[in-house]
Design a protein around this ligand. Structure first.
Ligand code: DGL
Length: 288
């Protein structure tokens, strides 16, 4: 913990201001899918995004490392000045949310697991869920806990699909390679005995929405597919309203992008996630 940030945030001197940006943090470019949903839902809000590209992937790291990385990234965003932190990374949300909340209090901190689980709990009829995520998220069982808290009848099967992260970053989101990998991870989901078959799949990783096509073909077209981006944006909107921190202007908010390594790659790969071109010169390289 840097003394500087805990003094800035945890002390009584923290003054939330509606004109400050929303801070969004992810292990790399994946959280840009969440940022995109936030900007679509709240165009007047400014955002400060940090992708920890020097240390991605988080999904195969130990929870101790992920907590340490997440706290360092949050410190940087807080030092820049934010009014709310969105942990747009499923792995960091699964593993580091409590540590972040404790460290940053009273700054509001939102993860992507609760909103995703809430949407899935509504979407499922039979209460059987398939959670697709990174190894670390699966090991942490955060989705299972969040689903059980909402539905006592929940039956949760979690599958680590680590290769999907590389596929999405490579842009191989459709075609025979993506289909073969999706089938290998998920094909068995179609063959559960009748009555125990999941009717809802949660895309519990920032990268997986890009592979929705192959995933859908592998798990079966009848499953509801839920991802956290839109529901997290709704949760951010509600949290800002509740804290009286939403911007009321009609002017469009600004966006500032930061990465801890390789701005050119962040810009090139990130464009598919953000849904709009990113110029390398618009990505600030930072050190956490
Ligand atoms: N952002 C991560 C997640 O949502 C995926 C990439 C990684 O493993 O760091 O879990």
């Amino acid at each position: 913990m840097s003394e500087h940030s805990s003094r800035d945030v945890g002390g009584s001197g923290f003054q939330p201001r509606s004109d400050l940006p929303i801070g969004v943090f992810d292990s790399g470019v994946g959280g840009l899918t969440v940022l995109r949903a936030i900007r679509r839902a709240m165009p007047a809000e400014s955002a400060l995004y940090l992708g920890d590209t020097a240390r991605v992937p988080y999904g195969t790291k130990s929870s101790e490392s992920v907590v340490r990385y997440a706290l360092q990234a949050a410190d940087l965003l807080v030092e820049r000045g934010i009014k709310l932190l969105v942990v747009a990374c499923n792995t960091a949300s699964a593993v580091a949310l409590d540590a972040l909340r404790e460290r940053l209090r009273p700054l509001p901190v939102l993860g992507v697991i609760e909103p995703g689980a809430a949407a899935a709990a509504k979407a499922s009829v039979n209460g059987h869920f398939l959670v697709l995520a990174t190894e670390a998220t699966v090991q942490g069982r955060a989705y299972a806990r969040a689903l059980h808290a909402r539905r006592a009848d929940a039956v949760v099967e979690e599958i680590a699909c680590s290769l999907f992260v590389a596929l999405a970053e490579e842009g191989w989101t459709d075609g025979p390679v993506a289909d073969a990998i999706a089938e290998t991870y998920l094909g068995s989901a179609r063959h559960h005995p009748h009555g125990t078959r999941p009717d809802c799949a949660i895309l519990g990783c920032t990268h997986f929405p890009l592979l929705a096509g192959p995933i859908r073909r592998a798990v079966g077209e009848s499953l509801a597919i839920v991802d956290s981006a839109t529901t997290t944006a709704d949760a951010v909107c509600a949290a800002l309203d509740e804290a009286g921190l939403g911007r009321t202007t009609r002017q469009a908010g600004t966006l500032h992008l930061m990465a801890t390594d390789n701005a050119a790659r962040f810009a090139r790969v990130g464009a598919a996630f953000l849904g709009t071109e990113i110029e390398t010169k618009d990505v600030e390289l930072v050190d956490v």
